[in-house]
Design a binder for this molecule. Structure first.
Ligand SMILES: [Zn+2]
Length: 81
C-alpha cells in the first residue's frame, strides 16, 4: 500500500517575464519610421499603438489600452504558478 506524500515547498523561483532589448528603443524608431500613424498609446508600457495594429481594451473603472506585448506578459498558465 502506497501513500503519496505531498510536499509543499516555500521556495520562490524568480520568473523572467519579458526580454528588454535596449538597443531598439522607441525613440530611435520614431525618427526612422514616422510614416505609421499612431492611434493611441499602451497604458502599460507607453508604446505607441499604430493604426491597423491590434490591441486590447480593458474596461475597469477606466478604459485601458493594452498592446499585444503587454497582454502576453499577463498571460499565465493555471496551476503552474
Ligand atoms: Zn504595452
Amino acid at each position: 500500500m502506497q501513500r503519496k506524500v505531498i510536499q509543499k515547498t516555500q521556495m520562490k523561483i524568480p520568473k523572467v517575464m519579458k526580454m528588454i532589448d535596449l538597443t531598439d528603443s522607441c525613440y530611435d524608431y520614431r525618427y526612422e519610421a514616422p510614416k505609421a500613424k499612431v492611434y493611441t498609446h499602451c497604458d502599460v508600457c507607453g508604446d505607441p499603438i499604430y493604426v491597423g495594429d491590434s490591441y486590447y481594451e480593458i474596461l475597469n473603472d477606466e478604459r485601458m489600452n493594452v498592446c499585444n506585448d503587454c497582454i502576453n506578459t499577463f498571460k499565465t498558465i493555471a496551476g503552474e504558478d
